[in-house]
Every structure is written in C-alpha cells, then in structure tokens.
Design a binder for this molecule. Sequence first.
Ligand SMILES: [Zn+2]
Length: 254
Amino acid sequence: MPRILAIHAHPDDIETLGAATLALLAANGHAISIVTMTAGDCGSEDLPNEEIGAIRKSEAAKAAALIGANYTCAGFPDLSVFNDDASRRRTTEIIRAAAPDIVLTASPADYHPDHEATSLLVRDACFAVSVPNYKTGPAKPLMHIPHLYFMDPIEGRDRNNVKVMPDFAVSVEAFMDTKRAMLACHDSQRSWVLKQHGIDNYMGSMDRWTARRGKHFGVAYAEGFRQYKTHPYPHTPLLQELVGNALLEAPPAG
Ligand SMILES: [Zn+2]
C-alpha cells in the first residue's frame, strides 16, 4: 500500500490546500505523514515565538490525527526556510525516514518565501534520497525517488497574480467536512484573523478557494495538483490512480 508524505511550510497550509485529498487517501487505508517546515512561530502578535510555536504544533498534530496521520515539524523558524546545504540534508533525512511513495509539497511559485523555498528543498531532497553517499542522519537511503506533486499555490496565483493551473484535480466534496474540521483545529490562527479582519474569513477563504478550483473542473469542490515529471523523477500517475473516481483529468479552460 503506497505511503504518502505531505510537506508544506507552515501549520495550516496543508489543511488549506490538500487536506481533503489526504482524507480521501486515508479513508482508502493509506498511511499519511504530515510535515511542516516551521512551527508557525511568527503567527501571533502577542505571544513569543516558542509559545505560539508550541500551540501551533499541537494544533497541527490535532488536525493530522483527524485522518489518522502522524505530524512532525522540521524545526525551521518562520521566514527562515532557505535552500542551502544543511536544509537540504535535513529535508532529505525527513523524507528518508518517512520512506514515501508519493510526496505532496508546496507550489514552486507562491506568495510566501517559505512556500517557495519548501518547494525547492523538497524537490531536490527527493532527488537526493536515493543517493547512498549523500549523508543525512540515521535514516537509510531510499531505493527510489518518490512520485512528486505540487499543490496549488494559495489563491491559485503566483507573485505576479498570474493563475497557476493544475494538471489535474481531485473532487473532494465528500471530504470537505473533514477538511473544515482539520482547518478548524488551527484555532490560534482563526482567532487572529477574526481579530484582524472582524470576520471569520479564515475558514471562509479555504472554502471559497476549494469551491473555485471545483468550478474550474465542473464539480462543487476540488484540490489541484501538478506532477513533477522531469528526469529522473517517476512519471507514472500514481496519485491519479489512487484517488480513483475522484480524479478530474480534464484540463480547465482559462
Ligand atoms: Zn504558509
């Protein structure tokens, strides 16, 4: 049974962009691991880094537990995810330890520097996992490079406000309640947004965005993905096969 690893930058990114697809895969019996690069330690106006980081890690663990996934934090500070030697080794060690068949990560083009650095690190760490002489820690080198997929960027746009379109999407209406419940675990962020904007648009923007992606594919709700198929990454459609009837292959128009 293929194993799935989802790695994104901050607690709540995966809940916003891929949680319903993970819930579907978990319901089909797949083992899911969720990793965030940081603990989201800048996500508060009044709590010090360590305190808000601990709160957000426990929120992320609670969200992961809703689909029986395990959660770990890679331990980088917020706004300090960089594509350098030590960070690539740390990321490679995490992927080796999880030994996944499929890796889902951040879009290479997104609004936040941590998102883009995470995408680069994960892409290159996937290349490195099977290189025996690339030393990273106790985890053993993997036999194969995992299948690599990018999630949509936040709001589906790059820094120039240009739409980033997925290769395919997963119809997730049946798992929206789970996705909402997972995002709702991030109470510290929901209250912060509520305080800043006066409305509960933390949950609302996730819902609206997932509906918008659904509309591109002619369904109520969807999550989009792009498969990274450059040599020597595997290009067989493993994730597309695992989601079964929920696969939405038709390329969206515009
Ligand atoms: Zn983020």
